[in-house]
Ligand binder design. Sequence first.
Ligand code: SIN
Ligand code: FE2
Length: 214
Amino acid sequence: MIQSDLDLFGPQPQRLAAHTVLLPGFALAEMEPLLDALRPVLRAAPFRHMQTPGGQHMAVALTNCGALGWVSDAKGYRYTPTDPQSGEPWPDLPQVLLGLARRAAEVAGFEGFVPDACLVNHYLPGTRLSLHQDKNERDFSQPIVSISLGLPAVFLLGGLLRSDRTQRVPLSHGDVMVWGGEDRLRFHGVMPVKPGVHPRMGERRINLTLRKAG
Ligand code: SIN
Ligand code: FE2
């Protein structure tokens, strides 16, 4: 049987909005080095549930690597240079992640992306992330690069107003999404992760978002 061109070149980038691009399977080729690099990060800075400024317990467990890490507590949402749990600097951003993020951003039209923060979110089946904007970063000219691992999920891509309609974007293991430019402040969230067991990652979804925070 003769393969079609699409099969030969693999899944193609999908433009979801003017400056929002889904790169299906973009991280798959480097999956094992990526997971190898993630292991020591998670040992040094384990996942934890943070409190929202309103005192609610966040359903998503999170940690960070990079010069800055995103935290939430009674004082609000912000980036800190140290892990409040250990008092130590956040683990370094692995080279493999830096390279992946830079190349994904480039494919999406953002040249020279050098992230200094990577938020790592952990979802168990049933965990959702409500609609929000990523707006604690200093420079909104820099995009967000998001890498999905493990169980699939439906990403909700909204507009610039919380009340705007949302697009449902299925995300699978190894998919990378990039949003920036006029889409940088779009509301977004994640629908409850369906129960399942991913062959490589088990009963979880992990999402890495790379940002230029400082
Ligand atoms: C986030 O918005 O921080 C995470 C998005 C995702 O888990 O896909
Ligand atoms: Fe976000």
